[in-house]
Design a binder for this molecule. Sequence first.
Ligand code: GDP
Length: 687
Amino acid sequence: MSKPKTTKVRVIDLAEMLDKSNPEMLDILKELGIEVKTVRSSITQDEALRVEEFLKDKESAKEEEAAKTVAAMPVTKIAPGSSVADIAKEIGETPGNAVKILMGAGIMMPATTAADEKVLDLLSKGFGKHFVFGTPDAKPKPAASDAAPQAKAEQPKQEEKKKTAKLESKKAKSKNAEAGEGKLIPRPPIITVMGHVDHGKTTLLDTIRNTRVTEKEFGGITQHIGASRVEYDGHTLVFLDTPGHEAFTSMRARGAQVTDIAILVVAADDGLMPQSIEAMNHAKAAGVPIVVAINKMDKPDAKPDRVRQQLSDHGLVPEEWGGDTIMVEVAAKPGTNVDQLLEMVILVAEMLELTADPSAKPEGTVIEANLDKGKGPVATVIVQNGTLRKGSIIHTETAWGKIRAMIDDTGKFVDSAGPSMPVEILGLENVPQPGDLFATVASEREARDLMSDNEAARRELDQTKAKRLTLEELYEKMQTEEVPQLRIVLKTDVQGSLEAFHASLMKMSVDAVQINIVHEGVGRISESDVMLASASNAIIIGFNVRPDNNAKKTADNEGVQIRLYQVIYDMLDDVKAAMEGMLAPELRENTLGMAEIREIFRVPKIGNIAGCRVTEGLIRRSAKVRLIREGVVFWNGELSSLKHFKDDVREVKAPNECGLSFEKFQDFRIGDMIEAYEILKEKKTLD
Ligand code: GDP
C-alpha cells in the first residue's frame, strides 16, 4: 500500500492511511494551500506530515469545543466508584450505549467496570451531559429499582428467599445510609395482573377491588385513575388498573419499573395460552416475581394440574411440586379463594421488604397521561420515593408543571402522596409520556431551564445516537456481560417450524456465547414482541411471518432489529455470524522485523537518535518495539520517529538504514537490537 522509499505520497494513499474520503482529502489540501490536480497526484512527505498535523489539531479543537459545551451544562454528580452502567442508568440510558461511546473512543471495557476521570469525560461528551465525580445530590433511585435485585432472585425457597430479601434490603439500606438520607420505611407493593385474554384478569381485579375495605377506609367512591389501593388484613396493596403486559412492557422499555409483583392469571379450563407465556416472559425479563392464579376453578372442566404441568414445562414449578412458584387455585367470578391469593401476594411482598424514604426528594413514574378537555394535561403518577405535595413543581424528561391538585383513587383531593401511592395530578403544562420518570425541582424557572436543556441535549443525541441492536452491532452490547448472550424473540408461522427453529437455535448455544430465547410464539410479529425485545435487548427473528404496522413503527422507534427468513439455514448462518461477532477478538503478535543500532547521534533539543540498519523484514513507524540487549528484553515501547536519511517515513525495509527515536526512552547503546512488531486483532470463530 505505502511506498516507503519514495519521498512522495499519492493523495489517494494518504486519504486511505488517514481514514478520509478522497473528496475530503482534496478539501483539506485546498485548505492548506497544497495544490494537486487529482487524487492520483502526489505530494511530498513534508506536505503529507502537514496534513497529518492539521488533522490532529482539528481533532483536538473539536474535543475542546465539546468540552466547552459540556462544561456549560448543568452538572450531574456521579458517586466515585460508579460503574459505566451506573452512570448510563443515572441518566436513563442503556449501558450498551455507554459502552458504544467508549468503543468509539477506542476503549473496550465492560459496563461493570468503575469509571475513571477519562471515562467520565468521554461519557460526558458522548451523552451530552456534564458529569463530575462527587456525592450525588439527594436524589435516591426510585424504590422499585432498589427492589429489582431482590425481585431477580426469582422466588427461591421461602426461607432462603426471606434471607436473601433481608440481605438485599440491608444492602439497600446501608447504601442509602451512606448517602446520608432519611430513614426507610416499608411501602405497599405495586401489583400488575397479567395473562391471556378471557382468562379472567378484569374479573379478578374487580373482585379484589370489590372485596377491599378501601371505600370505608379511604371514604370515597372508586375512581379510575390508573391504579387503585386495596386494604387487606392490615396491608395496603396497589394494583395497576390496566390488566395485561403491554403497559408494563412499554414502561420498562422506557426505563421505568413500577411493578413489584405480577399475578399471572391462567384459566384452569383453557390452560396455558400464547399470551400467558408472553406475560410470563415479560415478568421474567423484568425480574419481577410471579404469583400464579389458576382461575375458573368453579368450571367443571377445570384441570389445575394440567396448568401446573404446562407452567413447569416453562420453568415455573409450583411449590407443592418442589419448585419456587406460588400457585393458588381461585375462581374470580364467584370470588372463591381470592383472599388466599391476596395472602400469598402479601407474603411475597413481605419477603421483598419493599422500602422507601418518605422524606427524600420525591420521584416516581407516570403511569397514565392524557389531555382532558376540561382539566388540561392530566397524569397519574406512582410515587416511588419521597412524598409528593400540592404545590410541588414536578418534571419528567419532556413535561413539567406545578401541582395544582392531587386526586387519589377514591376521588378524594389530597395534599400529599407518599411512597407507592398513586395520584392523579392536575396543573401540568404539557402531557408527559406514560413510563416517564418524574422528579421535582425547587422553582418554575429551574423546570423551564431543565426542559430547554433536555430539548437541546435530545436534539444533539438524536444526531449522534446510533441505532441500537442491529444484529451486527449486538456484540458491542455483549461486552457488558460476563458470558455473552444473544437474546432472541422468535416468531414463526406454525408450531412445527417454531419447534424446529427453537431446537436448531438451542443447538448453537455454546459456552462462549449463549443463546437465550426470551420469548417465542406463533403468528405475526406484534408491537408487544417488539417491546419485549427492546426491554430485554433482544433481536426478533421471524420465519414466514411479518411484523404488523404498529410493530414496524415501534421497532423503528426503539431501534429493535427484526430479521425475517424463509430458509432456516440463512437464519442459522446469520446467528452464527452474530455469535462470532460477540466473541472478544483474539490478539496475536506479528513480528515485522529487526534492526541493529550501529551509531548514536546526539541532536540538540531532540535527544538521542539511534542510527540503525534493518537486518530483517521492516521497521514501521506505527509499530511497537522491543529493545534487546545481550539477548534480554531491556525495554518495551513505541517509536517517536522513523527517518530514512532526513525524511520522516512510514517504513524502512532491510537492508536499508534508518534513524530511530523512542517514546520516552534514550538509554540505548550501540549493538542493541530493535525488534518491531504489531498486535493483530483476530476474530474468533465458533468452530
Ligand atoms: P380478561 O380478558 O382476562 O380480562 O377476562 P375477563 O375478566 O373479561 O373474563 C372473561 C370471561 O370469563 C368473562 O365472561 C368472565 O365472567 C369469565 N370468568 C372470569 N373469571 C371466572 C371464574 O372464576 N369462573 C367462571 N366460571 N368464569 C369466569
